[in-house]
Write a protein that binds this ligand. Structure first.
Ligand code: NAD
Ligand code: UDX
Length: 454
């Protein structure tokens, strides 16, 4: 089959950018992204996109109106599709069995039912969302139950993009992973999807596997990445006790080509909508199969991350003479990482909430995430101020929670001059030069290295 019509259900952080790049690279294919959320779809039709992602607007502008469309008309679009990508959210369940650990597959299930109901031909259903291993089996059952006359071939094609670098990750992926059934229809569908990606991805980077390997690999990739962050963060705690320096340790181990350099930056902990959710899901699946030791092993990655966040707040309080009550503390950064406006699972949320509980007067600054921060901190007495200099005026302490380039380039002399003394700075991302700030007059507390204090 030559694919002419792609439909993607879910116009979020994955569906929007992924489909924009497919449309950009495949002008001969129509790509329509559908969503129940009208506001989101409307925003995709303007230049004020619903998500902030560098270079995204440029790509959207190339294809929008040509072969890239955004719509709330789910029925009509499924009816004309050759391929339906499902890119809806799969958050951690908050209720019932598996609450707090398992993935909530309600939205995925609803998509399968809509596809079965509205399809007008045989089609390929692509799991783009991150899903528990063996979800395709459940989808096949839903899709082929009841009345439908059509054949639905389910493929797994997990997305590996990271926010902030999504466009480059999509245009130049390390690999594209496609899993399917090992029978004739499965292999045919895999070939169709390979053909789409071949428009811009070289063959050696397109990896095809069985369905279950593909589904599982996505959870495992995120677990491995998060594990590296937790590993280095665990060592940062030890560095703070021993005068070892985490940056030096990180460099020393990373020069071993077996270890490598990436994902070894100590931090206030990892955030984002994926790492915690996917590890908890992995843990849940392991327990389901009775693999309790395996579950405990991965669970520790999340436990360590929670510890790193709490440890950061504990250090602030202990350093500031055991009380932050009525002291002004400014958080520089609220997004879970730089170059995104996304705050899902951002360590900043926990840190700010704990500081508010301690009755600090908290000010939050961020170049892109204040709208989201307003929502996350709703009901709390926190001041949101985009200008970092204003936000730091009169502060007793500044904590850097997101590694925005703008925070590396700030005039810290000016900030120091306008702060209460003693002035504290807690660098949760190790982006400032501790010695330089100490010389300005700050008491400096990086992650995983000696404090410079007077
Ligand atoms: P998101 O919340 O930004 O977007 C999901 C969208 O799906 C929402 O706009 C929602 O309205 C829509 N939706 C839900 N149910 C629907 C339905 N029945 N019909 C139509 N629309 C529906 O989520 P996201 O961050 O794009 O993540 C989507 C999936 O991709 C998740 O499984 C996630 O784990 C995975 N993933 C995310 C990232 C990332 O960086 N955010 C990276 C790789 C994989
Ligand atoms: C992650 C995966 O990288 C991506 O492949 C997957 O598709 C979705 O989940 P994302 O969450 O967008 O992407 O960002 P990522 O760059 O992985 O960072 C996740 C968190 O780890 C951020 O809070 C980041 O600040 C933190 N991190 C990352 C560190 O603390 N130290 C590091 O060395 C790297």
């Amino acid at each position: 089959m030559s694919i002419k019509e792609i439909v993607c259900i879910g116009a979020g952080y994955v569906g929007g950018p992924t489909m924009s790049v497919i449309a950009e690279k495949c002008p001969h294919i129509n790509v329509t992204v559908v969503d129940l959320n009208e506001d989101r779809i409307k925003a995709w039709q303007t230049d004020d996109l619903p998500i902030y992602e560098p270079e995204l607007l440029d790509v959207v502008k190339v294809a929008r109106g040509r072969n890239l469309f955004f719509s709330t008309e789910i029925e009509k679009n499924i009816a004309k599709a050759d391929v339906v990508f499902v890119s809806v959210n799969t958050p951690t369940k908050t209720f019932g069995k598996g609450a707090g650990v398992a993935a909530n597959l309600e939205f995925i299930g609803k998509c399968a039912r809509s596809i079965r109901k509205y399809a007008k031909r045989d089609l390929i259903v692509v799991e783009k969302s991150t899903l528990p291993v063996r979800t395709a089996e459940a989808l096949e059952k839903i899709l082929h139950s009841g009345e439908s006359d059509y054949h639905f071939e389910v493929l797994s094609n997990p997305e590996f993009l990271a926010e902030g670098t999504a466009i480059n990750d999509l245009q130049n992926p390390d690999r594209v992973l496609i899993g399917g059934r090992e029978n004739e229809t499965g292999q045919k569908a895999i070939a169709d999807l390979v053909e789409i990606y071949s428009n811009w991805v070289s063959p050696e980077k397109i990896l095809t596997t069985n369905t279950w390997s593909s589904e599982l690999s996505k959870l495992v990739a995120n677990a491995f990445l998060a594990q590296r962050v937790s590993s280095i963060n665990s060592i940062s705690a030890l560095c703070e006790k021993t005068e070892a320096d985490i940056t030096e340790v990180s460099k020393a181990i990373s020069m071993d080509s077996r270890i490598g350099a990436k994902f070894l930056n100590a931090s206030v902990g990892f955030g984002g909508s994926c790492f915690k959710k996917d590890i908890l899901n992995l843990v849940y699946i392991c327990r389901h199969y009775g693999l309790n030791e395996v579950a405990d092993y991965w669970d520790q990655v999340v436990i360590m991350n929670d510890y790193q966040q709490t440890r950061f707040v504990d250090k602030i309080i202990a350093t500031m003479f055991n009380t932050v009550s009525d002291k002004k503390i400014t958080a520089l950064g609220f997004a879970f990482k730089a170059n995104t406006g996304d705050t899902r699972e951002s360590p900043a949320i926990i840190i700010v909430k704990q500081l508010v509980e301690e009755r600090a007067r908290v000010y939050v600054s961020d170049p892109k995430a204040l709208k989201q921060a307003k929502h996350d901190l709703d009901g709390l007495d926190v001041v949101l101020e985009e200008d970092p200099y204003e936000a730091c005026k009169g502060a007793d302490a500044v904590c850097i929670l997101t590694e925005w380039q703008a925070y590396k380039d700030l005039d810290y002399k000016k900030i120091y001059a306008n702060m209460n003394k003693p002035a504290f700075i807690f660098d949760g991302r190790n982006i400032i030069n501790p010695q330089e700030l100490y010389e300005i007059g700050f008491n400096v507390y990086p992650i995983g290295k000696a404090a410079l204090e007077r």
